[in-house]
Design a protein around this ligand. Structure first.
Ligand code: KIV
Length: 271
C-alpha cells in the first residue's frame, strides 16, 4: 500500500496522485480559520480547501454568492497562519473570474498573497481562458464540475447534475477541457457514481469527489458537516462526530454551573 502524500504537500504531488497509477485516494477537507487548519493538519489530510462555502458554514449566508475576494482572503490568511502541512487551495468566489482574464488573475493573486498555494474555480470549457491566464501567472488551478453551487439559480437549486446521457457526456468533455488547459485536479460534485467514474477515467489528473461516488481519485467533505456541527447534512455526508450537540451540552453545563454557584471553584480562582 503506498504512503499518503509526504510533507509539505505540493501541487505536482497532487497532480501525480491518480489512483490507477497506484496512489492512495486524496483526502481534502474544508477549513476556514486557524483552528480548522490545525485540526485538518493534525488529522493528516492532503489538501485544505478554503471554500466559498464559508458563506453557509460560518458567515450565515443562504448561498455562496455573497462572499467576496476580500472575505476569502481574510479566511485564507487565517488558515495560512496555522502553517499547515496540507496544500492550501482557495476558492475564487462568484464574479471574481467571470468578467475577464485580467480581473481573474488579479483576484487569484490576492488569494495567493493571502496564503493560498492554488485556487479553485467552477465551470468547464467556458473557463479555459481563465485557467490559462492563471497558469500563465504561475497560479495553479483546480477545476470544479457538476453541481457547482455558484450556479444555484441557473440549476434551479442544488440538484444532482449529469443525469441524462447528454449532460453526462458534457461533463466528461468539460473535465477533459479543464485537464488539457492545465488544471492539476478537478473537483466533481453531485453527480451519479457512473458519471464520477467516467470523468475519472477520462482525465489524467486526479478527480476529487463530493457526492460523486467511490471511483474518484479522492474525496472532499465540508469540515462542519463531517464533524456534525451543521444540524442537517446532505445524503452524501458521513457525520463522524456530533460536535454541534456536544457543544450545546457543554455550554448548557457551564450555564448551569454559573447559575448554581459551582463555577468558579477554588482551583479556578487566583488567590
Ligand atoms: O466551497 C466548498 O466547500 C466546495 C466543496 C463543496 C468542494 O467547493
Amino acid at each position: 500500500m503506498p504512503d499518503p502524500l509526504s510533507a509539505p504537500v505540493t501541487v505536482p504531488a497532487v497532480r501525480a496522485a491518480k489512483r490507477r497509477d497506484g496512489h492512495l485516494p486524496l483526502v481534502m477537507v474544508t477549513a476556514y480559520d486557524a483552528p480548522g487548519a490545525r485540526i485538518a493538519d493534525a488529522a493528516g489530510v492532503d489538501l485544505i480547501l478554503v471554500g466559498d462555502s464559508v458563506a453557509n458554514n460560518v458567515l450565515g449566508y443562504e448561498d455562496t454568492l455573497q462572499v467576496t475576494v476580500e472575505d476569502m482572503a481574510h479566511h485564507v490568511a487565517a488558515v495560512a497562519r496555522a502553517k499547515p502541512r496540507p496544500l492550501i487551495v482557495a476558492d475564487l468566489p462568484w464574479m471574481s473570474y467571470h468578467l475577464d482574464v485580467v480581473d481573474t488573475v488579479r483576484n487569484g493573486a490576492t488569494l495567493v498573497r493571502a496564503g493560498a498555494q492554488a485556487v479553485k474555480l467552477e465551470g468547464g470549457s467556458n473557463r479555459v481562458p481563465m485557467v490559462e491566464a492563471l497558469l500563465a501567472a504561475e497560479i495553479p488551478v483546480m477545476g470544479h464540475l457538476g453541481l457547482t453551487p455558484q450556479s444555484v439559480h441557473t440549476m434551479g437549486g442544488y440538484k444532482v447534475q449529469g443525469k441524462s446521457d447528454d449532460a453526462a457526456h458534457s461533463l466528461v468533455v468539460d473535465a477533459e477541457a479543464l485537464a488539457a488547459a492545465g488544471c492539476f485536479a478537478v473537483v466533481v460534485e453531485g453527480v451519479p457514481e457512473g458519471v464520477g467514474a467516467a470523468i475519472t477515467g477520462a482525465v489524467g489528473v486526479p478527480t476529487i469527489g463530493i457526492g460523486a461516488g467511490p471511483a474518484c481519485d479522492g474525496q472532499v467533505l465540508v469540515l462542519h458537516d463531517l464533524l456534525g456541527i451543521n444540524p442537517t447534512t446532505p445524503r452524501f455526508v458521513r457525520r463522524y462526530a456530533e460536535l454541534g450537540a456536544e457543544a450545546v451540552a457543554a455550554v448548557a453545563a457551564y450555564a448551569a454551573d454559573v447559575r448554581s454557584g459551582r463555577f468558579p471553584a477554588d482551583a479556578e480562582v487566583y488567590h
